[in-house]
Design a binder for this molecule. Structure first.
Ligand SMILES: [Cu+2]
Length: 124
């Protein structure tokens, strides 16, 4: 009888020992993800390629912002400046990304899907 009580106590302590740190980690993750999404500072802005379109298709960022184009689609895309120029991602298979620091207005297009266009403008 006493042994049963003891083993229940051990189980409770074991559950607390495992559960408490997990909860702390979860709270920390929630805090860091909310702070990164609400910050308006530099950081990286994401443009997603999905369903043969850029999302968001129009984006306004501060000069010097890093934009990462991520292919979340199931087919290959590219990111190319509309008027030629230096922006050329090459082929981006699904799950690949292309990073770019934005210092001027950019009109861009996917060379494989000419209807797939996007634009990045500068705020201030
Ligand atoms: Cu495309």
């Amino acid at each position: 009888m006493q042994r049963a009580v003891w083993s229940v106590a051990v189980l409770v302590f074991a559950a607390l020992a495992v559960g408490a740190p997990v909860q702390m980690v979860k709270a920390q993750q929630a805090r860091s993800s909310s702070s990164s999404s609400s910050s308006s500072g530099a950081a990286t802005v994401k443009v997603s390629m999905v369903a043969i379109s850029f999302r968001p298709a129009e984006l306004a960022v501060r000069k010097g912002t890093e934009v990462v184009f991520v292919n979340d689609d199931v087919t290959v895309h590219t990111v190319n400046g509309v008027n030629g120029g230096p922006v050329d991602s090459g082929s981006l298979p699904p799950r690949k990304a292309y990073k770019l620091v934005i210092n001027e207005v950019l009109d861009y297009v996917c060379l494989i899907h000419p209807s797939m266009r996007g634009k990045i403008i500068l705020t201030g």
